[in-house]
Every structure is written in structure tokens, then in C-alpha cells.
Design a protein around this ligand. Sequence first.
Ligand code: ADP
Ligand code: MG
Length: 278
Amino acid sequence: MGLPKISIRGVTKTFNVRDAGLGRPSEFTAVSDIDLDVAAGEFLTLVGPSGCGKSTLLDLVAGLSEPASGEILLDGKPITGPGLDRGIVFQQYALFPWRTARGNIEFGLEAAAGRLGLGRKERRARAAEFLDLVGLAAFADRYPHELSGGMRQRVAIARSLAFDPEVLLMDEPFAALDAQTRESLQEELLAIWQRTGKTVIFITHGIDEAVYLGQRVAIMTSRPGRIKEIVPIDFPSREGDLRADPRFGEYRHHIWSALRDEVAAAQAHEREAVTSHA
Ligand code: ADP
Ligand code: MG
């Protein structure tokens, strides 16, 4: 691999927290010593037990927070804050309620207007193009509250794609959707990724989703999260029903076993903590 698109090196993130009973703040390590490279154009999925620091790690790559130690490079340069080179899609659609579907997509384009060199008319045309891409051409003038959950998430995805970021950071974007909507959005996302060659980091708690979407699946340990293992997903072809391929079941089982051990470790830690406080 040439220069990685994203290079996470020895990254640790701590938070100051006040736990019940303790008056003074203490330091809480959310992720610890993370090393992870993501190649340009790669689709990487990230799984780990709940609370292991997946969102924390994504926020760091997004530039929404800073590591306590270590560094994150984008095209070889340290990340210093959020940027239009990275589009973020959160689990809950962070749409502006006072803007229509079209208006929400235009918002991102307004922010990027300088870089993209788009005038008002072009922004409108581009918003229409991306609404069409996610199958919402007919719903352009609806406000978020007039859309279903799946539609809102489509708008959020269209908004992130429209300003053409090189990197897409997705934090359980389909978790709140029904199974059918989720599968159709997975298909769409893969098609978009194949067509545009974007670099994607996609967090999920769905093992099937991780195997289905990812070229590699990174598995995190229980808190403080580290990278436990990276599983390359290698199907001879992505055509046809991947889920019916026997390898799909093998990957799923492998990842499930790795995660089960981490969940058990997390529970054991909690029991220890309770006993030592007693
Ligand atoms: P995940 O996304 O894997 O479920 P998170 O990254 O959201 O986990 O959280 C990891 C840990 O860090 C959790 O224990 C969470 O409570 C803690 N945490 C996250 N954000 C903050 C914050 N701003 N302040 C204090 N603790 C936080
Ligand atoms: Mg999370």
C-alpha cells in the first residue's frame, strides 16, 4: 500500500470524568494506543463491544476531538480539526429541522461553495442529483419531520456525499432502520463507494453488516479500546448473494467469537470493580 489515506498512530484518548462518590475528577481512558492505517479507496468496517470507544475513535478522525497522545494523519498530514475532506454520518440523522431535504443538502454545498466553485443554481442542481441518487427526488421539499427514519438517513448520506469528501466516516448509520431499509441502503452505499472510490470507515454493531460491507473488518477490544484483530474479507466476487457464500458464515463466526471474548472480558472487569469497592 502506498501512503495510507488515514494513519492512526499510537492514539490514546482520555476524558475527565466525575464518578459518583468521588468528589475529584478522574481520568478515564476511552481508547488506548490505537494503530490503524486505512488505504485510499478502502472500505473498512469497525466493530467492538458497546462502550469500547468506536465513536470516540471516529470523532478523533473527524477532528471533532483531539487525542491525548499519538497522532492521526490524513494524506500524511496531521488532522487539526474538522474539514470538508471528511464527511460524517451519525447514527441519528443530524439534519436541520428548519430546512427541507433539498435545503439540508444545499447546506453542505454552501459550506463547500468556495472549494467546489458552485454558484446558487449549480448547488441546486447538485442537490437534486444527490437526492435522486438516494431515491428521494420526489421528496425534495419535505422537512425532516415529514420523512421516515430511512428517508432522513438517506438525506444525511446524500448531504455527506454531495460536497464530495474523499473520506466518509459513518457511525452506525443504519442501526436505527428496519432490516429492509438497511439492506437497500447497504446496497446503495456499496454502489456509491464502487463508483466514487471514496475511503470509508464504517462503524457497526452488526457482524453481518461488517462482513457484507467491509474489505477489512477491524475488531476492537473492550474498554479501553484497542485494535484486537483485523480480518481481511476476501470473496472471489462481490456479485450475487454474498450472504449465501459459505465463507460469509465463516467470517461471521470468527468475528462473533472474537467479540464474545471481549464482551466476557468487559463483564469480568465490571465484576472486579464492584468487588473491590465493596
Ligand atoms: P462506543 O461508540 O464503542 O459504544 P464510545 O466511544 O461512545 O463507545 O464511548 C467509549 C467510552 O468513553 C464510554 O465508556 C463512554 O461513556 C466514554 N465517553 C465517551 N465520550 C465521553 C465524554 N465526552 N466524556 C466522558 N466519557 C466519555
Ligand atoms: Mg458509538
